[in-house]
Design a protein around this ligand. Structure first.
Ligand code: B12
Ligand code: SF4
Ligand code: SF4
Length: 376
C-alpha cells in the first residue's frame, strides 16, 4: 500500500494512451497481464453495484461478514482511498490439477504473489504520474474486482460469475491498484461500452449452471454462496447442512466444477498462452499430497506444514478437519480400516461439531460409531 500525502503540487498528470501503454508493458514484465484501466464513474458499475445490493439484501453473504462490513467501500471506492479516480486492474494465470483442493489453492498464495507484483507496479505508476497515490487490492480490499476487470476490458463475466479472459479462460486471479491518477478524456471515452448482460458471450451455453453439484446458481451469474462448495469449505463457520454436505464430494478446499466444464478453459496449450514468468509457482516442495484420513485428524503443526505458503492457510484447522471427514463420508466403495478408524475417532471427538459430522459420516459409510450405533 502506498499513500503519499495529498498532492500539493497541483492536479495530477492524467494517464493517457502513451503512459497507459508504458504501464501495461511494465505490468506484463512483472507478470501482471492485460492491464486495463477504468474510471470509477464508469456507468457500467451501476449494474454491479445493484447486483451487490441485491446480494446483501437476500442474505447471500452468509457467514462472510467482511462483505457486509465492506459494503459501503465496495459501493464507493473513494472511501478506501481519498480522491480515488481510477482502477488499474490485471490478471495472473494459474493452473493445477483437478482434485480435493481447488486449483488456485495448489499454488503459492496468490494474495502474497500478486501483492508484491502490484507494489512494484505502483512504483512505475509514480514515475509516470508523480505524486499519485495507489492502494494495492488483491481480494482483501473491498473492491468489486470482477466488475472492474470486465469494464476495464480484460474480458467478460461468464454465467459462472467468473471473469473470462480471451485466450486464458477463467483460471486467472485479479489484482488492482486503486489510484487518484485520472484517465485522460480520450481513455475515459474509450472505456468499454456496455451492451446487454455481461454473459452475452456465453450464448446459449449453460454447462456451468448444470454442472454445479449443489445447484448454487439462482440464474446466470447469480450465485447463492450459501450453497456453493467454495463457500462451504472455505468460509462457512457454522455447521454444513447434511443435504449439502452429501453433495460436496471429496472436495476439501474450494471447487472448480463450474469452471472445469467451461469451453473457454479447454485446450491443452493454455500454458503456452502466457509468459512462463507470469504463472503463479507451486509452493516449496511442490503440490501438496492430500491424504484425507490424515487430515481428518490433523494436528496444528502438520496443518501449518500442509497450508504453508498456499491459500489453504485461510481455512482454520477445525474446518479443514470437518471438510476431510465430509469428504471421507462421500467417498465411494468399501471402507478401508484406516478410513473407518478416522471416522470413529471423529465421532468421539470432544468438539461437538466434529463429533456430529463424524457420526453422520459413520452412518453414511456404514461404520459402527464409537458406541456401536450408526451402523447401517
Ligand atoms: C466473497 C468471494 C467469494 C465467495 C462469494 C462469491 C460470489 N460470487 O459472490 C465464494 C467463497 C463463494 C467465492 C468463490 C470463488 N471465488 Co471468490 N471472491 C470473493 C471476493 C472476495 C468478493 C466477491 C464479491 O464481492 N461478491 C459479491 C458479488 C455481488 O459480487 P461479484 O462476485 O464480484 O459479482 C459481480 C458480477 O456478478 C457482476 N454482475 C452481476 N450482475 C451484473 C449485471 C451487469 C449488467 C453487470 C455489468 C455486472 C453484473 O457484478 C457483481 C459485483 O461486481 C472476490 C474478490 C473481490 N474483492 O472481488 C473473490 C473472487 C471473485 N474469487 C475468485 C475465485 C478464484 C473464486 C473461486 C473460483 C475459488 C474456488 N475455486 O473455489 C470460486 C468461484 C465461485 C463462483 N462461481 O463465483 C476470484 C475470481 C477470479 C475470476 N476469474 O473471476 C476473485 C476475483 C479473487 C481474485 N482476486 O482473483 N468467492
Ligand atoms: S464453485 Fe462449485 S459449488 Fe460453487 S458455483 Fe461453482 S460448481 Fe457450484
Ligand atoms: S460454461 Fe458456458 S455458460 Fe458457463 S461461463 Fe463457460 S461459456 Fe459461459
Amino acid at each position: 500500500m502506498t499513500t503519499p500525502p495529498p498532492n500539493a503540487a497541483g492536479p495530477l498528470r492524467p494517464l493517457d494512451v502513451d503512459r497507459l501503454e508504458r504501464l501495461r508493458a511494465a505490468a506484463a514484465e512483472l507478470g501482471l497481464l492485460h492491464l486495463g484501466a477504468v474510471d470509477l464513474d464508469h456507468p457500467g458499475f451501476s449494474a454491479s453495484r445493484d447486483a451487490l445490493r441485491r446480494f446483501l439484501a437476500e442474505g447471500k453473504a452468509g457467514s462472510m461478514e467482511f462483505l457486509e462490513r465492506g459494503a459501503a467501500a465496495r459501493l464507493d471506492p473513494r472511501l478506501l482511498l481519498e480522491g480515488a479516480r481510477t482502477v488499474l486492474i490485471a490478471c495472473v494465470p494459474y493452473d493445477g490439477e483437478a482434485g480435493p483442493v481447488a486449483r488456485y489453492a495448489q499454488s503459492l498464495d496468490y494474495h502474497t504473489v500478486i501483492h508484491s507484483r502490484l507494489l512494484a507496479l505502483a512504483e512505475r505508476l509514480r514515475e509516470l504520474v508523480p505524486g499519485a497515490s495507489a492502494l494495492v487490492c488483491v481480494d482483501t480490499k473491498p473492491l468489486l474486482e470482477r466488475a472492474a476487470a470486465a469494464l476495464a476490458g480484460l474480458g467478460f463475466i461468464g454465467k459462472h460469475g467468473c471473469l473470462i479472459v480471451p485466450g486464458l479462460g477463467s483460471y486467472v486471479l485479479l489484482g488492482s491498484l486503486l489510484t487518484d491518477a485520472p484517465l485522460d478524456e480520450g481513455l475515459r471515452g474509450a472505456a468499454k461500452a456496455i451492451a446487454g448482460a455481461p454473459w452475452d458471450a456465453c450464448g446459449a451455453c449453460r454447462r456451468c449452471l448444470d454442472a454445479c453439484p449443489t445447484q448454487a446458481f439462482d440464474g446466470p451469474g447469480d450465485l447463492d454462496p450459501r450453497r456453493c462448495i467454495s463457500y462451504l469449505t472455505i468460509e462457512e463457520r457454522g455447521p454444513i447442512p447434511e443435504a449439502l454436505a452429501a453433495k460436496i464430494g471429496e472436495r476439501i478446499a474450494g471447487c472448480d466444477a463450474c469452471q472445469e466444464v467451461c469451453p473457454y478453459n479447454a485446450g491443452a496449450d493454455r500454458r503456452l498462452r502466457a509468459p512462463a514468468s507470469a504463472w503463479i509457482d507451486l509452493p516449496p516442495r511442490g503440490r501438496r499430497a492430500i491424504d484425507l484420513v490424515a487430515i481428518a485428524d490433523i494436528g496444528s503443526s502438520q496443518q501449518r506444514a500442509l497450508a504453508r505458503k498456499t491459500a489453504l492457510r485461510r481455512i482454520p484447522r477445525r474446518h479443514l478437519r470437518r471438510n476431510a471427514i465430509i469428504a471421507l463420508a462421500n467417498r465411494r466403495g468399501p471402507t478401508t480400516p484406516a478410513e473407518a478408524g478416522a471416522l470413529i475417532r471423529a465421532a468421539a471427538d470432544p468438539d461437538p461439531e466434529i463429533a456430529a459430522v463424524g457420526r453422520w459420516a459413520c452412518a453414511r459409510r456404514g461404520v459402527a460409531g464409537p458406541e456401536g450405533e450408526g451402523a447401517t
